[in-house]
Design a protein around this ligand. Structure first.
Ligand code: NAD
Length: 494
């Protein structure tokens, strides 16, 4: 399968010419309304994106249902689905630079990160689930005189509703396991970042994924997202996004067909530095990455730094020194670590938190906050000290490069502060005491706990949240594959 490979320079040139496009990929006639797509890098128009209507969802669902029932995808042998997904992965690998550049221009993500982190992780996700296709199967039960087996079957029509912060990666986390399980999948990317999803689905169809097995409806949350949530013939929605919209999906399901809902939502993750922590370059780098990677537009962002009183001054000094190596600027340039916020509305929201933090008694000790001189929606990595547990900065997800520092005096206090949140997505802590590792890892209310570093695990480990960070399942790992299946018991009577 030969396709023309596009360099990042070509993507950026097309953006400058305003000619990038993403729209519906529906197996049937759909609407063709579009709106301008702008880049947060400098607010220029980079092309058009689809602005679908609710009726498009109906057309996509009808095609997805037909595909599921005629078995065009579902009834392929798992090894055949595997081969097609591997061929697709191969195509995406050839187009990795183009896909990385699309995420960079669409979301303002640093190209270095898109090339070196997002795309490799995306491709690895597809490879891993493709390989799992023919290695996961059912079991038999010790059923006495009867004969009984338990099988996993695909659920049916599954919609993936995606956020904008890791467009290619979030697409992979949902689509790879849902599709390999044999479901018909409909993708609704975030309206701010549809470009890489559109291109990846085009490549999927080229690789042999049937057009109705993987479709995309490109449009706004209130129209397309709501139509998906309320649809009577969608069996499952896998959602990643804000807790606020996640709640809406539970309502939509309750008001329609009780479709299964899996939510991966927001976070306010703590990082704890105990009195015995080793604060070497690697540890400080990890603390900074947890807080500022992807401009803090990261669900597992370690946005609360809880530090033992005895180590605070030393840590603050080291954070400041470490941050001096983080370049803020045009994310198309290699080596830039921080790009702009995704859009003006979000920039305004983050900027408002900077003001509120000071009004609520916190002191800015690192960073200058907003940068109006760079042309887009840029905010410097900023650290506040003396952040009170009852303040907005401690309790609310900012989703920007703003770190809240709070001191503690004992392990009990640290754990209580860490768990003082409605969220529970991730947590990390730094200590040399192995007994403390066992105690604290067990006491923290979070779906992923990292010790002496910051990690979301890899594709083999499940990822998702406790409390209001998640509901109903996990992304990644075999857990994700299972959640896109339903369980059937077959009981053969004597
Ligand atoms: P969002 O909730 O605004 O949007 C997510 C998706 O929901 C988009 O596709 C959007 O179009 C759609 N949507 C918006 N309004 C809707 C409505 N009324 N009805 C139906 N659908 C609607 O989230 P976002 O701003 O795109 O992403 C940021 C959020 O995502 C943050 O809160 C972040 O923590 C979270 N997130 C979580 C994870 C995780 O794995 N837990 C990963 C990435 C991002």
């Amino acid at each position: 399968m030969m396709t023309h490979v596009v360099s990042k320079e070509t993507v950026f040139a097309r953006a400058a010419a305003g000619s990038l496009f993403a729209g519906n990929l529906i197996a049937g006639a759909s609407s063709d309304g579009t709106v301008d797509n702008t880049t947060p890098i400098d607010n220029s128009v980079i092309g058009k994106i689809g602005d679908a209507v609710a009726a498009d969802v109906d057309i996509a669902v009808a095609a997805a249902r037909r595909c599921f029932e005629n078995g065009e995808w579902r009834q392929l042998a798992p090894a055949e689905r595997k081969q097609i997904m591997l061929a697709w992965t191969e195509l995406m690998t050839r187009h990795a630079e183009e896909l990385a550049a699309l995420d960079c221009i669409d979301a303002g993500k640093p190209i270095t990160e898109c090339l070196n982190t997002d795309l490799p992780a995306t491709l690895e996700t597809f490879r891993w689930y493709a390989e799992a296709a023919d290695k996961v199967f059912g079991k038999t039960a010790p059923a006495g005189n009867a004969w009984s087996w338990i099988v996993k079957e695909p659920i049916g029509v599954v919609a993936a509703v995606l956020p904008w912060n890791f467009p290619a990666q979030m697409f992979a986390w949902k689509v790879a396991p849902a599709l390999i399980a044999g479901n018909s999948v409909i993708v609704k990317p975030a309206e701010l970042t549809s470009l890489s999803a559109y291109r990846m689905i085009e490549l999927a169809h080229q690789a042999g994924v049937p057009a109705a097995a993987l479709q995309m409806v490109c449009g706004r949350g209130e129209t397309v997202g709501a139509a998906i949530g309320r649809h009577m013939d969608i069996d499952m929605v896998s959602f990643t996004g804000s807790t606020e919209v996640g709640r809406l999906f539970l309502t939509y399901a309750a008001q329609s067909n009780l479709k299964e809902i899996v939510l991966e939502c927001g976070g306010k993750s703590p990082q704890i530095v105990f009195e015995d922590a080793v604060l070497d370059e690697a540890a400080v780098g990890n603390i900074l990455s947890a807080a500022f990677w992807n401009m803090g537009e990261n669900c597992s962002c370690g946005s609360r730094l809880l530090v033992h009183r005895s180590r605070k001054d030393e840590l603050a000094e080291k954070l400041k020194a470490g941050l001096s190596g983080w370049r803020l600027g045009d994310p198309r340039e290699e080596g830039v670590a921080l790009g702009p916020m995704i859009e003006q509305a979000h920039f305004d929201k983050v900027a408002a938190y900077l003001q509120t933090a000071e009004q609520q008694g916190a002191q800015r000790i690192i960073g200058n906050g907003v940068r109006t001189d760079l042309g887009g929606w840029y905010i410097e990595p900023t650290v506040f000290d003396n952040v009170r547990p009852d303040s907005s900065l401690f309790q609310e997800e900012v989703f920007g490069p703003v770190l809240a520092l709070t001191v503690f005096d004992s392990e009990e206090e640290a754990v209580a502060l860490a768990n003082n949140s409605v969220y529970g997505l991730a947590a990390s802590f730094y200590t040399q005491d192995v007994k403390r590792v066992l105690r604290v890892a067990s006491a923290l209310q979070a779906g992923t706990v990292s010790v002496n570093g910051f990690s979301e695990g890899d594709i083999t480990t499940p990822f998702g949240g406790y409390k209001q960070s998640g509901f109903g399942g996990r992304d990644k790992g075999l857990e994700a594959l299972e959640q896109y299946c339903q369980t059937k018991t077959v009981w053969v009577c004597e």
